[in-house]
Design a protein around this ligand. Structure first.
Ligand SMILES: C=C(O[C@H]1C=CC=C(C(=O)O)[C@@H]1O)C(=O)O
Ligand SMILES: [Mg+2]
Length: 452
């Protein structure tokens, strides 16, 4: 396939649309693609006027996608049972006939609780148009979903989406915005009480870990463009997942998360325990010393170990083999460093993404242990709606699926930036140090948004 300009690719896609034969034995999804010349994906996405807008860049991956519009989606605003979700998943699986067809989306942290408007408890989108970069290669993809619409109707919709594409305008770095007010939920006083409740020996005996979190609501004079914020954030933490979901002009969720929930390559699964945190040093020597202290620290090691043990236990019935013997390592970010251990599994041939999500999400890196007790505590005491913060975001496809845990994330709304940060609370947790850990986790995004 020769590489063409975007307008030539659009013309060629429209030509191919016109040539699509009447449905005989069409697959439920038709995906057309054209190679195009290189262009910055985030700037292209920011310039588009069609919603949803989705951006996805996997960690350790030289591939990124910017997607707009929707030709099919699964959206659940109300509680949905596991059985219902399983049947929707089965239906969805039928659409993933070709390797390149992907549903992008997310699952809220807690499907039993109300979530944010637009995002719901579960929302997955088969985009209308995708711009994908794989290393140096760029492709414009067009998706058509035939089950609900007749072929001619779908062709008209696809054509109109192509007609509405806008040329990319260069992104300018976000201006630092003035914070008019900041509201923390829970407040620091309440945080202290909650940490004391979780570390109380009687409670702790049954529930050894709860990941408590905080919502920091910043009232701002000027709402930043979420895509320029994400582009800047991405530059600071290249070794993270970077993604954004915007279903309407009103709100956009962006994340620069270091944490992988899982990556599935057919039956090979990669996951990890990422928990336990300290700051970065000012000099290489100090940085190394802090890393060594983190590796040697008992509370942080247990914090990580809980996640590892839980993941291995959950994966065991779904796998032929689970390997959690990789050494404990340090994962360095811009302002902080974490304990990190890779876990691999060879999945049973009939294990589905639905089962994986159900078993693994939320891990004790964002929920706690045992899962049910920790979730009950969070529901009852945290005092705000986590929505997609600490949820599972990513994509599903036939051979490859990948999900990140949506921490280090922000929900941007007119006049308000909502930031989220959590910390694993267990025996030995000190309320003030854990509060400071929340601040450290926000340091990178704060330094981008405000004078810091
Ligand atoms: C829940 C968060 O971080 C988790 C992931 C890595 C380290 C963590 C910790 O050390 O507490 C948390 O478990 C968050 O950043 O909001
Ligand atoms: Mg911690």
């Amino acid at each position: 396939m020769s590489v063409t300009s975007l307008s030539q690719a659009v013309a060629s896609l429209k030509q191919r649309l016109a040539e699509l034969a009447l449905p005989d034995a069409h697959a439920p999804v038709i995906q057309l693609k054209e190679s195009v010349t290189s262009r910055p994906l985030m700037a292209w996405l920011a310039s588009q006027q069609q919603f949803p807008k989705i951006y996805w860049h996997g960690r350790d991956s030289d591939e990124e996608t910017a997607a707009i519009g929707s030709c099919h989606q699964f959206f659940f605003e109300q509680e949905i049972s596991d059985e219902q979700l399983a049947s929707v998943y089965q239906q969805q699986l039928g659409c993933l006939t070709e390797a390149g067809i992907r549903y992008y989306g997310g699952i809220a942290f807690d499907r039993r609780e109300a979530s944010w408007p637009d995002f719901g408890r579960v929302r997955f989108v088969l985009p209308r148009i995708e711009l994908r970069r794989q290393q140096q290669g760029y492709e414009l993809l067009l998706n058509l979903r035939l089950e609900q619409n007749s072929l001619t109707q779908e062709i008209d919709r696809a054509c109109s989406a192509l007609d509405q594409l806008c040329p990319a305008q260069p992104l300018t770095p976000p201006r630092k915005t003035e914070v008019l007010a900041r509201i923390d939920t829970p407040s620091q006083g309440r945080w202290q009480q909650l940490v004391e409740a979780v570390t109380d020996p009687v409670f702790n005996a049954d529930t050894p870990k709860v990941v408590l979190s905080r919502h920091s609501q910043l009232k701002v004079a000027e709402t930043p463009n979420p895509w320029t914020v994400l582009a800047t954030w991405q530059g600071r933490n290249r070794n993270s997942f970077q993604f954004g979901f915007q279903f309407s002009p009103e709100r956009c969720f962006i994340s620069c998360s270091p944490e992988r929930l899982y990556q599935r390559n057919d039956h090979q699964l990669k996951t990890e325990a990422l928990a336990g945190t300290t700051v970065r040093g000012l000099t290489p020597a100090e940085d190394e010393q802090l890393a060594q202290q983190l590796l040697d620290d008992a509370k942080n090691s247990v914090e990580n170990q809980f996640v590892r043990t839980h993941i291995m236990r959950e994966l065991a019935p779904l796998s032929d083999a689970v390997d959690g013997q990789a050494p404990l390592k340090i994962f360095k970010l811009n302002h902080i460093q974490h304990l990190h251990r890779v876990i691999a599994a060879k999945l049973k041939s009939n294990t589905s993404d639905f089962q994986l999500l159900q078993a693994m999400h939320p891990t004790p890196a964002v929920g706690g242990l045992p899962k049910a007790n920790a979730m009950d505590f969070i529901r009852e005491h945290e005092g705000y709606t986590r929505g997609w913060y600490a949820g599972a975001c990513g994509y599903l496809s036939r051979h490859v699926s990948e999900f990140s845990v949506a921490i280090r994330s922000a929900l941007i709304e007119p006049g308000t930036i909502n930031l989220f940060a959590g910390a694993g609370i267990l025996a030995g947790s000190d309320p003030a140090s854990e509060w400071q850990e929340l601040e450290n986790k926000l340091a990178t995004i704060m330094s981008i948004l405000v004078d810091f």
